[in-house]
Design a protein around this ligand. Structure first.
Ligand code: 8OZ
Length: 367
């Protein structure tokens, strides 16, 4: 077998801000929908993450910062004491296995059903524009609900939700947090002119549309320090109903990334193309030019294989690569890639829902 570590430094340790990575192969946040209604992690989730501690860094699956931020049944939360205690089991298990793990802070915005919201209320969004598509509830898939546009005065409350979740992540023993500003959820809904039609200081100009993401980042940095905070963006990923990205991707995300530089964050993480599908980008978009505007470490993601990662690392385009789906069927992915060993392809049916089967039972450590 080949020892790929002689071909690239992707298998060598790195330091992103104050986050220590044992190698530059990162586990992307992967929604697995295996939680009870209380969104509390338990031994099952601790085992799952500990099995994947060989990742240079684990980015935990998208985690609801509040009941209002929840858009899918069976996803975890980080607003209650029970959830914090559950996450502590996960972080302890990952640390005992030698790993590093950050929590991805998530508010879905309009991509929710009233069925999932406190008191059956409408989900909140920058503007009252309905998404298309279905979300998952205990009754199965249902269309997402018409959202309610947030009042300007409510936005401080949203920032507070992020702040409390960031404090909870600290109490739960995480090594940092990632702000989920990707994939057409709340922060991305504010960034994009297709979903943000506001006329207050959070809408209209690029500066105004970037404001909430920057204020949330600042709030989270206040808790953690900038060197333990990363952010994930997906400048061209359409949402589930194919709402288009911003009308001027380069200007919008270019401005945002330049503004993010003032924090000195641990890393920027970008979905290059459409999440879990194509790396294609619309005409006029150059994602490498956008990531090149960032002053700190850059994690590239989306449909990579090892060869592409080695090549893009050698070209100086990435500092680390994040693999999502490959970590489902290969808990020992880093070692498999290093040895050039065969990879297990997890079938789609194993991705979401269920229990231990298809979750913690993949071949581990046998090459
Ligand atoms: C798959 C299913 C549900 C949610 C994302 C948090 O795309 C998600 C997600 C992925 O960022």
């Amino acid at each position: 077998m080949t020892d790929n570590s002689t071909r690239t430094d992707l298998f060598s340790p790195a330091r992103f801000g104050a986050i220590e990575l044992s190698n530059r192969i990162v586990m992307a946040p992967v929604t697995r929908s295996r939680y009870d209604e209380d969104g509390v992690p338990n031994e099952l989730h601790a085992t799952y993450y500990a099995q994947r501690a060989g990742a240079g860094l684990i980015i935990g699956e998208a985690t609801n910062i509040s009941a209002q931020g929840r858009g899918y049944a069976a996803t975890p939360g980080i607003w209650s004491d029970e959830q914090v205690a559950g996450w502590k089991k996960v972080t302890d298990a990952v640390h005992a296995a030698g790993g590093t793990i950050v929590s991805q802070l998530w508010h879905v915005g309009r991509f929710s059903s009233a069925q999932l919201q406190p008191d059956g209320q409408a989900p909140v969004a920058p503007s009252a524009i309905a998404a298309e598509g279905n979300t998952y509830t205990v009754d199965g898939f249902v269309p997402v609900s018409m959202p309610r546009a947030q009042e300007t005065e409510e936005i401080a409350g949203v920032i507070q939700q992020y702040k409390i979740a960031a404090m909870n992540a600290l109490r739960a023993g995480f090594d940092g947090v990632e702000v989920h500003a990707a994939n057409s959820y709340l922060l991305d809904q504010f960034l994009r002119d297709s979903t943000n039609h506001r006329t207050d200081r959070y809408g209209g100009s690029i500066e105004n549309r970037a404001r909430l993401t920057l204020e949330v980042t600042e709030a989270v940095v206040d808790i953690w320090g900038s060197d333990k905070v990363g952010i994930r963006l997906s400048p061209v990923t359409p949402d589930a109903g194919n709402t288009p990205p911003d009308s001027n991707v380069m200007a919008m995300y270019g401005y945002l990334i330049k503004q993010l530089n003032r924090f000195g964050l641990a890393y920027l993480h970008v979905v290059e193309g459409a999440t879990a599908t194509s790396r294609e980008v619309p005409a006029g978009v150059d994602l490498d030019a956008l990531s090149g505007l960032f002053d700190g470490p850059f994690i590239g993601n989306n449909n990579y294989d090892l060869e592409m990662a080695i090549k893009r690392r050698a070209q100086g385009k990435i500092d680390a690569v994040a693999f999502g789906r490959l970590f489902i069927g290969n808990p020992d992915l880093v070692e498999r890639l290093r040895r050039g060993a065969a990879l297990t392809v997890a079938p789609r049916e194993s991705y979401y829902g269920g229990g231990a089967k298809g979750y913690i039972d993949w071949p581990n450590g046998s090459y």
